[in-house]
Design a protein around this ligand. Structure first.
Ligand code: URA
Length: 432
């Protein structure tokens, strides 16, 4: 007979748990048979003593098996998915999905909502009036068969163990533990049913992983977990030293995604989207040459085929497509500006604080129950390396009536103007 106290003791003393023990732990915790205080002790012991790659894999599998797995096997071809570890201004999914689907890739995606300073694809899509994020699994599958793409919220019963555990980690200072993050993310990816997955692991002050060394560790572990579970895996490390693109906030990000789908996107956003897309085009066996894959993706952004696929997606999920042709309606009419106080180059834009500013304006949630405002956010006019003069507009804020002064101050302090002309490397590493 296994006892939870023995498993806590084992982890506390630096030993490793086997698959049966980890399954016992997760199964009984999900069933409510292990109380939060004992699981908290186990999590804290894991914080200090970490887990082996094998233990993290067993944990991911046990959490996957705690709920439903989506069976996508009736959809012909290779199904792909991507995941970002969370950043500021990261609207890649909104562009990548239609872009890949326009080239014949099957994109069956379950996305999340934002929490804290990071946004979530599902909140962003809800800024399109009428867009349905909750769809029955059969309809989700049928839509991918019909038009090659669906982007929906995570169904209630995917990895319930992770849901419960994540909420506990959030309040016990045990979120930032690499094996726990890796198994949490991968449990949901494995349950979502895709064959090939690209992970975009963010590095920098706007991300969970602040250093490249930590990010590589997380990326390698997730790739390993996915591969052991039979998936085709790639991870790329990308910089989150400044927000991705210019716009942060739900409707603002849909606006920027639409511009990008018209071939007029910001360079960094296009670069990350095309890089991930090229890996997935190869994985889906639609293209065999990486360079050629990138060319095809760029072409589909220029010739409107990606945009038209986005229109199809929105229509299929009951959204108001007229908004896609008049995206300015996604933005609040009330604006404020943040002005440069000196001349020089933009040397740093603290993505975390920009994300917080958007949150204070109402674009994000402080608690899970908060409702987000869909038309507020930050439009950054400058990127790191831009030259500015005193009096230039650094950012336009789309606002309602909350958080304006606090957001302005956060943004002003987040942007460092100095004499050094920096250039950033956006795509730092690829891990296969
Ligand atoms: N995202 C997740 O889904 N889980 C984590 O643990 C961290 C980020």
């Amino acid at each position: 007979m296994m006892h939870i106290i023995d498993l806590i003791t084992k982890k506390r003393d630096g030993h490793t748990l086997n698959q049966e023990e980890i399954s016992f732990l997760i199964h009984n915790y999900t069933q409510g048979k292990i109380p939060d205080y004992q699981m908290s002790a186990f999590l804290m012991a894991t914080y200090f003593n970490q887990m082996t790659d094998e233990e993290a894999t067993f944990l991911a599998l046990a959490m996957r098996d705690s709920g439903d797995s989506i069976d996508l096997s009736s959809i012909k071809g290779i199904k792909v998915d991507k995941h970002s570890t969370g950043g500021v201004g990261d609207k890649v999914t909104l562009i990548l999905g239609p872009l890949l689907a326009s080239l014949g890739v099957k994109f069956a995606k379950m996305s999340g909502r934002g929490l804290g300073h990071t946004g979530g694809t599902i909140d962003k899509l809800e800024s399109i009036p009428g867009y349905q994020v909750e769809i029955k699994v059969e309809d989700f599958i049928q839509q991918v068969k019909d038009i090659g793409i669906a982007i929906v919220g995570q169904s209630g019963d995917v990895a319930p163990a992770d849901k419960k555990l994540y909420a506990l980690r959030d309040v016990t200072a045990t979120v930032d533990v690499i094996p726990l993050i890796a198994s949490s993310i991968m449990s949901k990816k494995l349950a979502s049913g895709a064959d090939a997955i690209v992970l975009d692991v963010k590095v920098g002050h706007g991300a969970f992983m602040k250093t490249e060394e930590e990010a590589v560790k997380l990326a390698k572990l997730m790739v390993e977990i996915g591969r052991l579970a039979g998936k085709q895996m790639t991870a790329i490390l990308t910089g989150m030293d400044e927000p991705l693109g210019h716009k942060i906030g739900n409707g603002l990000e849909v606006f920027e995604a639409i511009e990008t789908l018209h071939g007029k996107g910001p360079k960094d956003l296009v670069e990350v989207t095309v890089e991930i897309g090229a890996h997935l085009l190869l994985d889906a066996k639609i293209e065999s040459d990486f360079k050629r894959a990138k060319e095809r993706l760029n072409q589909a952004l220029k010739d409107e085929s990606a945009f038209l696929k986005f229109v199809e997606l929105v229509k299929a999920q009951h959204g108001d497509v007229s908004v896609l042709y008049h995206p300015e309606s996604l933005l609040s009419e009330k604006v404020e500006q943040v002005i440069a106080l000196s001349d020089g180059y933009i040397m740093d834009i603290n993505a975390l604080d920009i994300g917080k500013a958007a949150m204070r304006l109402g674009a994000g949630r402080e608690t899970k129950e908060d409702k987000v405002l869909l038309d507020v956010g930050v439009d950054l006019h400058q990127k790191i390396g831009s030259k500015v003069k005193k009096g230039d507009v650094l950012a336009t804020l789309y606002v309602r009536d909350k958080g304006i002064e606090e957001a302005k101050e956060l943004i002003l302090n987040a942007i460092t103007i100095g004499q050094e002309h920096k250039t950033l490397q956006l795509i730092k590493k690829t891990i296969k």
